[in-house]
Design a protein around this ligand. Structure first.
Ligand SMILES: C[S@@+](CC[C@H](N)C(=O)[O-])C[C@H]1O[C@@H](n2cnc3c(N)ncnc32)[C@H](O)[C@@H]1O
Length: 258
C-alpha cells in the first residue's frame, strides 16, 4: 500500500447542478465515485501482488469469521470490498454448495481476484464485479433477486470506507427478511451481516496500539470505535446484533441478524 489521503466516499446522490467554471467545477456522484476507484487503483496497483502474503500477518480474525459464517447449501453470500478474493475462495471451499459474490471499488484488486478464482477452479461458484459499498445493486451486478441475499460480509473493509455507516445500512436493507410461517409455507430465516475489523487493542501494550493506529492511518485505514457502538443500537431497529472480540481486542467480530 502507498500512503494516501483520505477520500470522502459519501456523495452517492447527485448534488444540485451548478454552472461549470474553472474555479467551480461540477462534481457529480459518478465523478466522486470515479475518484474513489482511482484512489483504490493507485493504492493496490502494485501492492496487490504481495497483498495476501503480507496481510495474513495483520488482518487477523478473518478465518474465524469464515468458520462462524456457516453458510448453508444454496445460500447467497456477498463480500463487500472483497480485495484479492482471498476470503471468497476460503468461503467457497468451506461451503461448496453456497454461491459467493464479491464487489470492490478497485479494478486493480479485481484483476488479482479473478486470476485467483480462475486458478482455484471456482469460476462457477464465485462471481465478482466492480462496485461501491454504499450503493451497490446486487440485481444489476449479479442478477440476484431482491430479498434473496443470506449473508453480507465486510472483512477489514469498513475501516477503509469513510461512509461506513451508510454502507452498513445499505447492506442491512439488502439481506433477506425474516418471515413467519404461513399456511402457504414455512418460516423464512432472515439474512445476516458479518463484520471483522480492527478492535480497540485494549489488552495489548499501549505502544503497540499507538503504532498500529498511526501506521494504518498512513494508508487510509481507520479504527472506528463508533462502529461497534452503532452496531449495538441496531437492536432498537429490530435487528439482533452480536459482538465479540479476539486476540486481546486486536479485532472485533459482529454478526447482525434480521
Ligand atoms: C483492507 S482491504 C480488505 C480486502 C478483503 N476484504 C480482505 O479481507 O482481505 C479493503 C478493500 O476494500 C475496498 N474498498 C475501499 N473502499 C470501497 C468502497 N467504497 N466500496 C467497495 N470497496 C471498497 C478496497 O479496494 C480494498 O480492496
Amino acid at each position: 500500500m502507498q500512503p494516501q489521503r483520505q477520500f470522502d466516499h459519501s456523495h452517492t446522490t447527485p448534488p444540485t447542478p451548478v454552472t461549470p467554471s474553472s474555479d467551480h467545477p461540477i462534481i457529480r456522484s459518478s465523478d466522486h465515485l470515479n475518484d474513489v476507484t482511482r484512489a483504490m487503483n493507485n493504492m493496490y496497483r502494485y501492492t496487490r501482488y504481495v497483498y495476501d502474503a503480507s496481510r495474513k500477518y495483520y488482518l487477523l480474525g478473518r478465518d474465524r469469521m469464515i468458520n462462524e459464517l456457516r453458510a448453508r447449501p444454496g445460500e447467497i453470500v456477498i463480500e463487500v470490498g472483497c480485495g484479492t478474493a482471498r476470503n471468497l475462495i476460503q468461503m467457497a471451499r468451506l461451503y461448496p454448495q453456497a454461491k459467493f459474490y464479491g464487489l470492490d471499488a478497485s479494478e486493480e484488486m479485481l484483476k488479482t481476484a479473478q486470476e485467483s478464482i480462475d486458478r482455484a477452479g471456482l469460476t462457477d461458484q464465485i462471481k465478482i464485479a466492480h462496485g461501491f459499498a454504499q450503493n451497490f445493486d446486487p440485481a444489476a451486478m449479479f442478477d440476484i433477486a431482491p430479498g434473496s441475499i443470506d449473508k453480507i460480509v465486510f472483512s477489514y473493509a469498513l475501516s477503509m470506507i469513510p461512509p461506513w455507516q451508510e454502507s452498513l445500512d445499505h447492506a442491512l436493507t439488502l439481506i433477506k427478511p425474516a418471515l413467519p410461517a404461513t399456511p402457504a409455507g414455512p418460516a423464512q430465516v432472515g439474512g445476516s451481516v458479518h463484520i471483522v475489523d480492527f478492535g480497540s487493542q485494549e489488552g495489548l501494550p499501549k505502544w503497540f496500539r499507538a503504532f498500529l493506529f498511526w501506521w494504518l492511518d498512513l494508508f487510509g485505514v481507520h479504527f472506528r470505535p463508533e462502529l461497534p457502538v452503532y452496531v449495538r443500537t441496531l437492536s432498537s431497529k429490530n435487528f439482533k446484533p452480536m459482538i465479540t472480540t479476539g486476540l486481546k481486542g486486536y479485532y472485533w467480530l459482529a454478526e447482525i441478524r434480521r
